[in-house]
Design a protein around this ligand. Structure first.
Ligand SMILES: Nc1ncnc2c1ncn2[C@@H]1O[C@H](COP(=O)(O)OP(=O)(O)OP(=O)(O)O)[C@@H](O)[C@H]1O
Ligand SMILES: O=C(O)[C@H](O)COP(=O)(O)O
Length: 402
């Protein structure tokens, strides 16, 4: 049984609080979307209102990636959102980070620097080894307890996620608690249950399709986005040079074989696009699959009308839908149609669960709401919704009692 904030006497307690405020940023590191920051305000406010001293840990981006940057803008944004003092320190676990924690007054907060600026944080460990990393060894002694609210990173067994609960009494924050309450019980939702797998993270989606079909969690899997293109190729359709090169550049060739194996085993339960929308001289041109391939410079950027009609009919018959990833390049208005129609249809299903950072951004950008639950997590939500156990949850479960 995981302890929650209701079990914590926070007054005067030094809390290491892990959140997931990994956000889209522009080339100068400025925040483009603060939804994940806002999602954690309830947990932080509750701790501060109860007189806790909060040391906030979080990551931003991946080493080497475009959005791998400092958490200073996140701290500034939190300062605006919370009616309480929020400091920022440009270290993860060094002397100045520890001094800033020691200086905290009751009801105040310090944001430590991006945990992934420290190399061991981007590695996976079991809980005991994670507790022996420099980050945890240096920070745990200056903390009284650990709270994990970072549901969106709960599928990672990284030091700031699984290390602290090895040594410290640990609790789930409000976001973690809420997400687990909905997502950890997918089997209790009504059938027919449809999974819509779109977006560009093909390996994760193929893993998800394999899990939900093998575990008989899905009656139907609808594929779209780059995932749909991979299934088309797997069934010997030529989606054209531009889309094929894209898939090749991402090293997704193995995924085509895995998609083909899934089609062979579960072909009657997997749907892939019947038509695609390509870009021709800046216009949207829809091509049925028997008119493929498009010209070399025409990428398949969305699903077409025929596909949408077929998918909407399936959603119409569904009692539960789990949706992850957009149906096309929704950032470009011309190719947002598939995502828009599919999300609108999904929102009318009795139980509709949405996961994925990009999925949530797409919903906001396209002004679609009405879902039963919108998760803050992409990979983490998908892992739970496909029946996996999350390392963060396991670590909280095994944490020492206070
Ligand atoms: N046909 C397509 N060709 C190229 N890119 C596509 C296509 N369809 C969707 N995309 C891109 O996929 C991206 C989103 O996919 P992703 O898998 O990251 O979504 P997500 O699971 O919601 O996000 P996250 O993993 O960040 O939580 C978008 O940037 C979108 O433009
Ligand atoms: O954005 C996410 O899905 C989470 O913050 C986890 O990030 P990661 O996939 O880089 O570990």
């Amino acid at each position: 049984m995981i302890a929650t904030l209701d079990d914590l006497d926070a007054a005067g307690t030094v809390v290491g609080l892990r959140v997931d405020i990994n956000s889209p940023v522009d080339a100068d590191g400025r925040l483009l979307d603060d939804s994940r920051i806002r999602a954690h305000v309830g947990t932080i406010r509750s701790l501060l209102d109860h007189g806790a001293r909060v040391a906030l840990l979080a990551h931003q981006g991946r080493p080497g990636g475009d959005s791998f940057t400092t958490l200073e803008p996140h701290a500034d944004r939190l300062n605006e959102l919370l009616d309480a003092p929020v400091e920022y320190v440009d270290e993860t676990h060094g002397a100045s980070a520890r001094a800033a924690i020691a200086d905290l007054a009751d009801g105040s907060c310090v944001v430590l620097e991006n945990t992934r600026f420290y190399s061991e944080e981007y590695m996976e460990f079991d809980s005991a080894d994670a507790a022996a990393t420099h980050l945890v060894e240096r920070l745990a002694p200056v903390l009284d307890v650990y709270v994990n609210d970072a549901f969106a990173a709960a599928h990672r067994s990284q030091p700031s996620i699984v290390g602290f609960p090895h040594d410290l009494p640990s609790y789930a924050g409000q976001v973690m608690e809420r997400e687990l309450a909905v997502l950890d019980d997918i089997e209790s939702t009504t059938r027919p249950r449809t999974y819509v797998l779109g977006g560009a993270k093909v390996s994760g989606s193929i893993d998800a399709a394999r899990d939900v079909l093998d575990r008989d969690l899905a009656d139907t899997v609808l594929t779209a986005g780059v995932v749909g293109n991979v299934f088309l190729i797997a069934d010997d359709h030529d989606v054209g040079k531009a889309s094929t090169d894209f898939i090749y550049d991402q090293d997704y060739w193995d995924e085509i074989d895995r998609a083909a194996a899934l089609l062979e085993e579960y072909g009657d339960r997997i749907e892939y696009p019947r038509d695609v929308a390509v870009e021709r001289n800046g216009d949207r041109i829809e091509l049925p699959v028997d008119e493929l391939p498009p010209a070399d410079d025409e990428p398949a950027m969305d699903v077409g009308t025929e596909t949408l009609e077929a998918y909407e009919a399936i959603l119409d018959e569904s009692e539960t839908v789990v949706l992850n990833g957009p149906a096309g390049v929704y950032e470009n208005e011309t190719f947002a149609e598939g995502t828009q129609s599919l999300y609108r249809a999904a929102a009318t299903v009795a139980t509709s669960i949405v996961g994925g950072g990009d999925t949530a951004s797409a919903m906001n950008a396209l002004g679609i709401d009405g879902f039963t639950h919108v998760s803050t997590g992409g990979g983490a939500a998908l892992a739970l919704l496909t029946g996996d156990t999350l390392p963060a949850v396991e670590a909280l479960d095994n944490a020492p009692e206070s």
